[in-house]
Write a protein that binds this ligand. Structure first.
Ligand code: GLA
Length: 729
C-alpha cells in the first residue's frame, strides 16, 4: 500500500512527510528543539532513539538546563539560529534593539492541512486539496516574542517537498532581519558530490560537480538577478549516481534576485544545505506585528539518478508552477527579428521576413529591439514605450494586422525594467532609476535600472506597457532585462532600510508581472535577460517560457540545453535556429543539426531567411512540419537525457509520449572520429513490452531490445546529427 501525506505521532512528537518514494522526518524533542531525523528513500516508520545526533562531543557547548551529553553543535536541526551553541551558519539571524543577535527558537505547535497556501507577493508552486498537503510548524523565541512558521508541502504523487518560512514579530521591539533562509536541511553524512549549474553570459548553466569537503561550498548571486553566473539550483548526489541511478537531492529557489545556496560540512561530517535570499547587502525591518515571508525552495528527491530528479521537477513545474492560458497549450514556432536585422529594419523589411516565414509554416513573427522611441542602437529610448512611427512607417497596429493577414500572429520585445539616460522618461524623472545620490550613475549597455522598489514607477510601467499591448493585436511579449543592478539604493526608503532595496525590487517586479499577465491573459510572455540571465522558477510562475541563451550556436546549445533540462521542462526553453557562421562563436554547423537542436525546445528561427533558396526553404519546411507533427510529444511528453556533451563527444536525448507509444530521439555528434568505432544508442524511457517501428529504419524493434542492446547509429562527421521517430506497432 502506498502511504502518502503527512502523519504526526503525538507520543513521540514526530512528523513524517511521505511523497511517492520519499520520506522526510522531523521531531520536536524533550528540549523543544526541532530536530531533523531523516530525508531519503521512503520508509514506513522510524526509530528515533537510534538516530541520536544530539550527543555532545568533547568541546561541545552544553545548553543551560539540559542533561549531560546533550549538545546541538553537530545535531541535525530544522531551522538553526546563531549564537546559542550551534556554530554553523544559521537559517535565521536577527538583530535586536539591544544589539544582540542571539535567538533561540523552540517548538510551539503545528498544523496539517490539505492544499497549499500562496505566498503573498511571491511566486510559488501551487496545489489544491487533492494535489497537495501542508505541514506548518511554528517555533517561538520567548524573549523577543517572535514566531517562525516553517511550511512543508508535499505534492501528491511526486517526490517534491516545498519549503518556506515566515517570521512574525509579536513582541514590542523593532527587529532587523539580517538573514532569513527559506530552508535548511541537515544530512547525517557528507559523502556527496555537489552539482551546480554555472557559467556566464552565452554559456549559462554548465554542469559542474565537486566532492564535498569540510568547510563551506556555495553558489549565489548579488547581482540583483538570479544571473547567468549561477542558477539558483544545487543538488547533492550520492557517489554512485548517474543519469539513471543513485540518490539525488535537488534544491531550486523560486526567486529571481540575490540568492545563496550553501553546502557546509562540519567537523563531524554533517552536511548542511541552506538556501534563501543572499544575506549580503540584505536586511529587513520587522516592526511590531510585521511579518516577513521568505521565497520558496522546491526540493526534489530521486533514487533513480538525475533523470529521475528532472522528471520530478518537469512534472511539477508544468502542472504546479506555470499558470495561465499557455500552460497546456502548444507553443507557436516563431521567427525573431534580432539576429536577422538587429536595429536595422523598416516595416517593409519585417513584413518581408514575415512573408517568407509564413511560407515555411512559421506561426508567429516577433519584432525584437528597436521599434520604440528613437531607438536605432542601444544608446537610447528605453522607457519611451511608444512606437517609432517613422521607422515603422505607420503604427504597430498596421504591422501587426499585416502580419496577421499572412496567417501569423505578432509579438513585440520590451525591456520594461530599464531606462536610457537619453530618453524622455529620464528627462522627466531622472530620480526614477536605482542610484546613489552624489555618485556617478553606472551605465552598462548605456542603461540604468528603474527603481521597481517604488510603487509609482511600477504603476507607470504597467500602464505604458499595457497601453501598447491594447493598441494592436499583440499575442506575444519578449520581456528582456539587460544588466545587473549596481549602486543599489532606493529614493523611497530611509537610510536604515536601504538594504531592503534588492528584495523590494524583486517584489516590485513580481507585482508588475502579475498585473500585466493578468490584464493580458492570452498573451504568451517569454522571459529573457541577455539570454538566460534570469532562467529561474520565479519567472516561470509568470511567464511560461524563457529565452535560454543569446548563444544560438548548435554545439554550444547542446551543453546549455542539456544542463537546463536538469531542472527546467523542455517547453520552458526558447531555442532558435540562427545563421552560420554563428554570430558569437563563428562556427558553421549544418541546417539539419541547427534544426534538431532548436526543436529540442520551443522551436524558433532567428535569421534572415528572405534570401533562402528553394532547397533551403524545403529543408525549413521539413523541420517545421516534423516539429508540428511531434510538438505535443516534445513539449508535453517525458524527456530523458542519454549522452552528456560535457563528458561525451556527442549529445543525445529522447522524448517519450506519456503512454510510451511514440518517441523522438536526437543524437548530435560534436567532432567526427577517423576510422570510427560503432556508436550504439541505448534508448531510455520506452516500454520494454512494446514493439516499435522506426521511421527510415528497416525492421521491428522491441522496447527492451532498444533499451538494452540498442541501435547502431550511422557514422557522423563533425556537427552532424540524426533524428529517429518511433511508433508502437
Ligand atoms: C538581449 C537579448 C537578445 C536581444 C537583445 C536586443 O541581448 O537576449 O535576444 O533581444 O537583447 O537588444
Amino acid at each position: 500500500m502506498i502511504i502518502m501525506g503527512i502523519n504526526y505521532n503525538s507520543d513521540k512528537r514526530i512528523f513524517h512527510i511521505q511523497g511517492k518514494d520519499v520520506s522526510y522526518v522531523i521531531k520536536a524533542n524533550e528540549y523543544n528543539d526541532l530536530i531533523h531525523l531523516y530525508y531519503g528513500k521512503k520508509i514506513r516508520h522510524i526509530n528515533d532513539e537510534a538516530i541520536n545526533t544530539t550527543k555532545a562531543r568533547t568541546w561541545s557547548v552544553i545548553p543551560t538546563g539540559s542533561k549531560d551529553k546533550y549538545g546541538i553543535d553537530s545535531a541535525l536541526l530544522e531551522y538553526p539560529t546563531f549564537g546559542h551553541t550551534d556554530f554553523r551558519n544559521p537559517a535565521l539571524h536577527i538583530e535586536q534593539e539591544s544589539g544582540s543577535t542571539v535567538v533561540e527558537l523552540k517548538y510551539h505547535g503545528y498544523e496539517i492541512f490539505k492544499g497549499k497556501k500562496g505566498l503573498e507577493g511571491l511566486p510559488a508552486t501551487y496545489g489544491n486539496e487533492e494535489e497537495a498537503e501542508t505541514l506548518e510548524i511554528t517555533l517561538r523565541d520567548e524573549v523577543i516574542d517572535i514566531y517562525v512558521v516553517l511550511s512543508y508541502t508535499v505534492l501528491t504523487g511526486t517526490n517534491i517537498i516545498t519549503r518556506s518560512s515566515k517570521i512574525i514579530n509579536k513582541g514590542k521591539e523593532t527587529l532587523k532581519i539580517l538573514s532569513a533562509q527559506s530552508c535548511c536541511v541537515d544530512f547525517k553524512e557528507s559523502d556527496y558530490e555537489m552539482l551546480q549549474l554555472s557559467g556566464a553570459w552565452a554559456r549559462e548553466r554548465n554542469m559542474m560537480k565537486r566532492k564535498l569537503v569540510q568547510g563551506v561550498q556555495s553558489i549565489g548571486s548579488v547581482r540583483g538577478t538570479s544571473s547567468h553566473v549561477h542558477n539558483p539550483f544545487l543538488a547533492l548526489l550520492s557517489p554512485d549516481s548517474t543519469e539513471n541511478q543513485g540518490e539525488v537531492y535537488g534544491f531550486n529557489f523560486v526567486y529571481s534576485g540575490n540568492f545563496i545556496g550553501e553546502v557546509s560540512v562540519c567537523e563531524h561530517n554533517r552536511t548542511r544545505v541552506l538556501m534563501g535570499i543572499h544575506p549580503m547587502n540584505f536586511s529587513w525591518e520587522l516592526r511590531e506585528q510585521d511579518s516577513f515571508q521568505t521565497p520558496e525552495v522546491v526540493m526534489a528527491y530521486s533514487h533513480e539518478g538525475l533523470n529521475g530528479m528532472s522528471q520530478e521537477y518537469h512534472g511539477v513545474y508544468k502542472e504546479n508552477l506555470v499558470r495561465g492560458t499557455w500552460k497546456h497549450k502548444e507553443r507557436p514556432i516563431l521567427i525573431n527579428s534580432w539576429e536577422a536585422t538587429y536595429f536595422d529594419f523598416t516595416r517593409e523589411s519585417i513584413e518581408g521576413l514575415a512573408r517568407k516565414a509564413s511560407e515555411a509554416g512559421i506561426e508567429l513573427c516577433v519584432l525584437d529591439d528597436g521599434w520604440f522611441g528613437k531607438r536605432n542602437d542601444d544608446k537610447t529610448s528605453l522607457g519611451d514605450w511608444y512606437v517609432n512611427k517613422t521607422k515603422l512607417d505607420g503604427s504597430v497596429e498596421t504591422l501587426a494586422k499585416n502580419v496577421e493577414a499572412m496567417d501569423m500572429s505578432f509579438g513585440l520585445w520590451f525591456e520594461p525594467e530599464m531606462i536610457s539616460p537619453d530618453s524622455d522618461l529620464y528627462r522627466e524623472h531622472s530620480d526614477w532609476c536605482i542610484h546613489v545620490p552624489n555618485r556617478s550613475r553606472i551605465e552598462t549597455r548605456n542603461q540604468l535600472v528603474l527603481d521597481f522598489a517604488r510603487q509609482e514607477v511600477c504603476d507607470y510601467i504597467i500602464d505604458v506597457v499595457s497601453k501598447v499591448l491594447s493598441s494592436a493585436p499583440i499575442s506575444y511579449v519578449k520581456w528582456d532585462m539587460n544588466r545587473y543592478l549596481t549602486d543599489v539604493m532606493s529614493m523611497s526608503l530611509p537610510a536604515h532600510r536601504q538594504m531592503e532595496t534588492s528584495h523590494r525590487y524583486c517584489l516590485g517586479l513580481y507585482y508588475v508581472m502579475e498585473e500585466l499577465v493578468t490584464r493580458h491573459k492570452d498573451v504568451l510572455f517569454e522571459g529573457c535577460s541577455g539570454g538566460g540571465g534570469r532562467f529561474d522558477p520565479g519567472i516561470l510562475y509568470y511567464m511560461p517560457q524563457i529565452w535560454a541563451s543569446d548563444d544560438t550556436d548548435a554545439i554550444e546549445r547542446l551543453k546549455i540545453q542539456y544542463a537546463t533540462s536538469i531542472v527546467y521542462p523542455i517547453n520552458t526553453m526558447g531555442s532558435h535556429v540562427s545563421s552560420v557562421p554563428n554570430h558569437i562563436v563563428e562556427r558553421s554547423t549544418p541546417l539539419e543539426t541547427r534544426g534538431n537542436v532548436a526543436m529540442s525546445g520551443n522551436l524558433g528561427y532567428e535569421l534572415d531567411i528572405t534570401n533562402y533558396n528553394e532547397e533551403e526553404m524545403n529543408e525549413l519546411k521539413e523541420q517545421i512540419n516534423f516539429y508540428k507533427a511531434n510538438r505535443q510529444l516534445i513539449q508535453f511528453g517525458d524527456f530523458f537525457r542519454i549522452n552528456n556533451p560535457f563528458t561525451d563527444n556527442r549529445a543525445s536525448w529522447v522524448f517519450v509520449s506519456k503512454d510510451q507509444t511514440e518517441a523522438v530521439l536526437f543524437n548530435i555528434a560534436i567532432l567526427g572520429m577517423p576510422n570510427p568505432h560503432d556508436q550504439q544508442m541505448k534508448f531510455v524511457g520506452l516500454n520494454p513490452e512494446f514493439d516499435y517501428e522506426i521511421e527510415g529504419v528497416e525492421g521491428i524493434f522491441g522496447g527492451d531490445e532498444l533499451m538494452n542492446l540498442g541501435l547502431t547509429l550511422p557514422v557522423l562527421k563533425d556537427y552532424q546529427s540524426v533524428r529517429y521517430k518511433l511508433r508502437k506497432i
